[in-house]
Design a protein around this ligand. Structure first.
Ligand SMILES: C[S@@+](CC[C@H](N)C(=O)[O-])C[C@H]1O[C@@H](n2cnc3c(N)ncnc32)[C@H](O)[C@@H]1O
Length: 310
């Protein structure tokens, strides 16, 4: 028997479970790595960011045999990612009879398919909780890329790649990009590889091999004391500066007010205690999403621009 659930399920991030608990409050029920909140609208649909994946349309399935569970899932859609914390043998048998879901490393740029990827788990031998739609387009919120071990001077480019894949768009040849807090240059490297014109702002210089890439120039400056008018029109603004979130928010407000840029990807970095308020203010900006990317650490990513940010 299939019963829709009213709330949402949140997959915890191993290292930041306390952040999720703070966001959800005491009303959430937990089972294994999952939290269930009955009335997510009570906390604001998009006010919860410290999770690996959010199950948007959860249901409970009471089933008799394994084949009954498999048929029920297959009848709903093709893609299902398991998040098992008990009943591992039974869960593996169910997953083995579902269509294959590739988790191979992707080559950037990769256009993530629109097909929904569901999630499911077992509560006991005859009870499955699942969701056809999830907040992350990646199975279980996890993505890996074919890495470049020689070009980029830091691995920070992986979170930029992930953000661009989630945005489903990226800079093209000649696009004007500002990369604030650019050094040692992982993001600048990734942008220059796409053929973009990159102004890399940092007090420290980017790696020489990045500075030598076509289209890259270094501006030795404090990013936050440069006015949008000093820079001029941009296609993309990127920021990976380590700073208190309100400082970033205030700077971004100036850019939004200037109307000089339409696409933004910024890391909201936590300094000690998590700031729960500022990410909500970022998420309230039109055409925005705040997410914890698989490649994020103690930080969130704000993605903003026209288009459908999944
Ligand atoms: C986490 S690192 C950025 C890594 C970079 N995205 C990459 O891919 O290699 C943060 C950088 O921000 C720079 N930074 C800190 N405060 C800054 C400011 N006010 N303006 C510009 N850069 C700043 C630091 O010098 C540091 O290089």
């Amino acid at each position: 028997m299939l019963t829709p659930l009213r709330g949402q399920v949140y997959e915890r991030l191993e290292a930041f479970e306390d952040h999720l608990q703070m966001e959800l409050g005491l009303r959430a029920a937990s089972f294994g790595p999952l939290y269930y909140l009955d009335h997510p609208e009570g906390i604001g649909q998009d006010a919860c960011f410290w999770n690996q994946n959010r199950w948007l349309r959860p249901f409970r399935l009471s089933f008799g045999s394994i084949s009954e569970a498999v048929t029920a899932l297959r009848d709903m859609q093709r893609n299902w990612a398991p998040r098992l914390f008990t009943q591992f043998r039974r869960g593996a048998l169910i997953q083995s009879q579902l269509p294959f879901l590739s988790t191979k490393p992707r080559t950037f740029p990769w256009l993530v398919p629109d097909t929904p990827v569901g999630a499911w788990t077992l509560l006991d031998a005859h009870t499955l909780i699942g969701s056809t739609h999830c907040s992350s387009p990646f199975p279980g919120g996890v993505i890996s890329f074919e890495e470049d071990k020689e070009g980029p001077p830091s691995r920070a480019y992986l979170k930029l790649w992930e953000a661009l894949v989630r945005f489903k768009k990226w800079p093209g040849p000649g696009d004007r990009c500002l990369d604030a807090g650019a050094s040692p240059g992982g993001w600048t490297w990734a942008l220059a590889r796409l053929g973009a014109e990159v102004s890399a702002i940092d007090r420290a210089p980017p790696a020489e091999r990045v500075l030598a890439m076509p289209g890259v120039r270094w501006i030795k400056h404090d990013a936050f004391t440069l006015k949008p008018e000093d820079i001029g029109p941009l296609d993309w603004l990127f920021c990976d500066v380590i700073c208190y979130p309100p400082r970033l928010y205030e700077w971004i407000q100036r850019w939004l007010a200037s109307g000089l840029c339409s696409n933004f990807i910024c890391t909201i970095k936590m300094q000690g205690k998590p700031d729960l308020e500022t990410p909500r203010r970022f998420a309230a900006i039109p055409d925005s999403k705040v997410v914890h990317l698989y490649h994020n650490k103690h930080e969130l990513t704000w993605i903003c621009g026209a288009g459908n940010v999944p």
